[in-house]
Design a protein around this ligand. Sequence first.
Ligand code: ATP
Length: 793
Amino acid sequence: MSTSSSQVIEETISVTTSDTAQLVSNEEATSSNFTQLNKFSELQESMEDDLHGSHGIRRRQPVQKIEPGSLNILSAKYESLDYDTCENHLLLDEERKRGYPFVVWKDIARWVIVLLIGVITALIAFIIDICIEEFSKIKYEQLKKSVDKYVLLDKLYIPYLLWVLTNICIVFIGSMLVAYIEPVAAGSGIPQVKCYLNGVKVPRVVRIKTLFVKAVGVITAVVGGLAGGKEGPMIHSGAVVAAGISQGKSTTFNKDFKILQYFREDHEKRDFVSGGAAAGVSAAFGAPIGGVLFSLEEGTSFWNQALTWRTFFGTVVSTFTLNFALSAYHGHPGELSYPGLLNLGKMEPFPFQFYELPVFMFFGFVGGCLGALWNHINYKLSVFRIRYVSAAWLRVVEACLVAAVSATCGFLMMFLLDDCRPLGEDPTKVPLQLFCADGEYNTLAAIWFQTPEASVRSFLHDPMGSYKPLSLMFFVICYFLLSTWTFGLAVSSGLFIPNLLTGAAWGRLLAIFIQYMLPQNSINPAKYALVGAAAQLGGVVRMTISLTVIIIETTGQISNALPIIITLVVAKWTGDFFNEGIYDIHIQLAGVPLLPWEPPPLAHNIYASEVMSHPVFTLRTVENVGHIVEILRVVSYNGFPVVDPPLADDAEVTTYKRLRGLILRSQLIVLLQNKIYNENANTTWSNFNVDMNMFRREYPRYPSIDELEISDWEKTYTIDLRPFMNPSPYTLPHRASLPRLFRLFRALGLRHLPIVNDHNEVVGMVTRKDIARYRVWRHRGHMGMEELLLSSE
Ligand code: ATP
C-alpha cells in the first residue's frame, strides 16, 4: 500500500476509536441502526410535509404501481451507469505505480479492441447475411416448385398451406428463443442500445446469450417471411461484441480471462459499445460514416475527437471485412470493394430540377404523416401486448399468427391481382408464372418470393411500368400494416428494411401518378422510390443526419443528398407534429429515464431544492459495518454521500453534515464481501492487499447485500471509507436551476449529484430519475412540461 493511503488510514484511526467504543454489543449496535433509520423516515415525512406545505413546491410523486402501457411513467427498476471516474486513493496509487507506459499501453489496447470489434461484427453480419440468403433461396425455390406443380392441378391451397407452415415453423424457433431464453433480444435492439449509450443500465442487453438469440432470431424472422429487417439486430450485435471483447470476461459462460481489467468500468465500456453499434450499422448498410453518425445521433452523449476517430476506424474495418468475406463467398476473393455490400444496389445519380424541390417536400410530408400513423398503430398494439399478451406462450402464438398472416397476404395478392411481366427484363431469382401467359411471370410473386431487402432493390431499380398501380397500392397497405404489427413481436427484427420497402412502393406509385400527369416528361421511378423510402423511414424513426448519410452511402451517390435531406427534414417535422419517433415511444413505454439532448425549456425557475430528495441517507467517513449493512438492506439507493461524523450523538439526523465524498453501493458491497474492515482502532488497513482489481473482478454484476455473510460480531467492526470513496464528487448548491442540473448530468454522465448548502453540507440528493421526470410534451403545435410519475415496476 502506498504511503499516502497508509497516512489516511492512520488519520482515521482516532475517529474509529471513538466510534468503535460506542458499540458495546451487537444487539445494541443493531438497535441503534434501526433507531437511526426510523428517525430518518420520520424526519423525511415531516420535512416533506413542511417543504410542500409551506413553500407550495410541487409535491414529489411517490413510487407508485401504475397501469402498464402509460407513456408518462418512469420505472424505478432501471439503474444508471456511472460515467464519472471515481478518483479515489486506489486509483491514484495505481496511476503512480504504473506511470506513463501504462497510458500508452491502454491506448494501444483500445485500438486493437476496436479492430477486433470491427472484424467480429462484420463476420457475424456475414454469417447472418449468408444464412438469410441461402435459407430464403431454398424456401422460395421449394415453394415455387410446389406452385408450378399444383397450379396445373388447380390445387393452389397446397402450396399456400406449405408456405404458411414453413413460415410458422421457422418463426416458431426464433420466437421460442426470444420468449423463453432471452426476451431482451426481441425487436431491433436499437432502443436498448440507445438507452445504454445515454447512461441507463438495461439488464442483460450486452450479454453473449443475447447476441446468440439475436443472431438466430433475426435469421428466423427474415427467412420466416416476417416484415422485418436484419439491420437493427446487427447494430445490437455490434454493441454486444464490443461489450464482450473489451471486458475480457463473459458472464454467460462465467469465465474471466483476467485480461483488460482496466477497461472494466462504465465509462470505458460505453465508448466501446458506441463503437460496436457504429460497426454494426456499417456492417448492415455498408455505411462507415453513417455508422459513426448513427452512434453520435442516437445516443452517445459524451464524444471526443479520439473516440470519433477510433469509431470511424472500427466502422471502416467492419465494412471492408464484410466486403472481403462476401467477395470470397461469391467467388471474387480479395476484392475489397465487392459491390454486393451495397444492399440497396448502386444507383445512378439522378438529375433533379429546382421546381422538383416542392415535390420532395411533399414526399417528406406524406412520409411524416404515414410514419406518424405507423407509430400510432404500433404504440396501440404495444400497449395491447403489454396488457394482454404478456405470457411467453402467448407471445410465441402471436408471432406464429403474424407469420401465417404474412404468407396469406402474399398469397392473396399473387392470386387475386393479375400483374404479369415478360421474363428477362430484370433479375428475379424465382420467377413464378402462376396464371400469367408463357414467357411472363407474376410480378407480385417475384416481390413476395424473396427477402424484403431484395424487394427494396426491385422497387428501386425495376424500370417504369414494371408494376401496376393497383398492385403497388395493395402492397403498400398490406406491408404497412404487417410491418407495424411485426415490430414489437417476440422475434428479433428491425424496422428499417420494411419501412424502406413500404416507402419505395408508395414512392413508385406516386412516380406513376406524376408520369400520368406529365406524360411528355420521362419520369425516373428510381428517384421517387428512393425519396419515398427515405421519407417513410424518416417519418417512423425521425433520424436525420445519420439516415441521410446511410442512404447516400448505401446507394453510392452523394449527388442525391439534397433531395434526401429535404425529404427527411420535412418528414421529421411533420411526424413530430403528431407524435414521437418509434424508438422514443418504446423507450417511454418501458419507462426508461432517458435524458434528452436539451433540458426542458422555461425551467430556470425550478431549483435544485425542488428537484432533490431529502433527507439524504449518508454514511460517515468511518462507519460501523452493522449500520452499512442495515442501510443497504433497508433502502435500494446506489449512492451515498460520505460526511463528517456528527459532533454530538443527537445531532446525528437532525443537522446537516459536511460532505467528504461519495460512495457507491457496489463499492460498499465489495468492501463487505472482502471484509475490508477493522476489528478495532489499532488494526491498520495495510494488513489488507487491496487494489482497484478487487472492484474490477466483480464488475459489472455485484452480489446483493442478502448474499453476503456477515456475522453479528463483524457488524460491530468499522470501515474507513475514505480510501475508497470518490473524494471530489460533483455537487451543486441548492439554488442551482434545473437546466444547470440537467446539463451537468447530460454532459458528464453523472449518476448521483449531492446538493449542498453554503457550508458544503449535504442537504439533498439528485439522480437521473429526478431530472428525467421533467419532460417536454409537444402535440399538434402545443407545448408544455409534464412531471412524470415514478413506477415501482
Ligand atoms: P440509480 O438507480 O440511478 O443507479 P439510485 O438507485 O441511487 O441510482 P434512484 O433509483 O435514481 O437512485 O433514486 C430514486 C430516488 O431516491 C430519487 O428520487 C433519488 O433522489 C433518491 N435517492 C437516491 N439516493 C439517495 C440517498 N442516498 N438518500 C436519499 N435519497 C436518495
